[in-house]
Design a protein around this ligand. Structure first.
Ligand SMILES: [Zn+2]
Ligand SMILES: [Zn+2]
Length: 171
């Protein structure tokens, strides 16, 4: 499936993207229902905006995106929604980018979430691994270390960018 056409949404071309967004909204609806929490319009909009992007979004980028589709939410409210989504496992914080990504996985204990971050287009893909989780747990235990978070970030080039023409190098 070679594809050398520049694509404004590089990670969105190889899958049913509408499904990402619908699935994300469904997950936040279900989680709120399970916990007896209210799915506020802002919670829904933030989840939608995160799922629409395969590039992790910073809080202020989110505010800007939401402002184009309605009134501008206060940044503090967006931060609170992001905290909520992260604590409920519906989104992840990508530390190296200080940005957030919708999560499409039902995480199991013992798994490690591995984020493959493209340095050219920013697209970030999440891979869950039990084998990595096991190895990390062994390595940590051998050092008498108690891990707090089980998240790894790998920087590199995504499949799309590896197949695309070289960047013009202006960033
Ligand atoms: Zn996840
Ligand atoms: Zn890329």
């Amino acid at each position: 499936m070679p594809n050398v056409t520049p694509d404004p949404a590089p990670a969105a071309h190889d899958h049913d993207h509408a499904q990402c967004v619908a699935g994300a909204v469904e997950r936040v609806e279900r989680r709120c229902a399970e916990r007896g929490l209210r799915l506020t319009p802002l919670r829904r909009r933030v989840m939608e905006a995160l799922a629409e992007s395969h590039v992790p979004l910073g809080a202020y980028e989110l505010v800007e995106r939401l402002a184009t589709s309605g009134e501008r939410p206060p940044p503090m409210s967006v931060y609170r929604v992001l905290d909520f989504l992260v604590s409920e496992g519906l989104a992840h914080r990508i530390e190296s980018r200080n940005a957030f990504l919708a999560c499409g996985h039902a995480h199991e204990t013992g798994e490690v979430a591995l984020f493959l971050i493209c340095e050219r287009c920013g697209a970030t893909r999440e891979v869950a691994s039990h084998a990595l989780g096991r190895d990390l747990a062994w390595a940590a235990r051998a050092a008498g270390f108690e891990p707090r978070q089980r998240v790894l970030e790998l920087a590199g080039l995504c499949a799309h960018c590896r197949g695309a023409a070289p960047a013009d190098g202006h960033d």
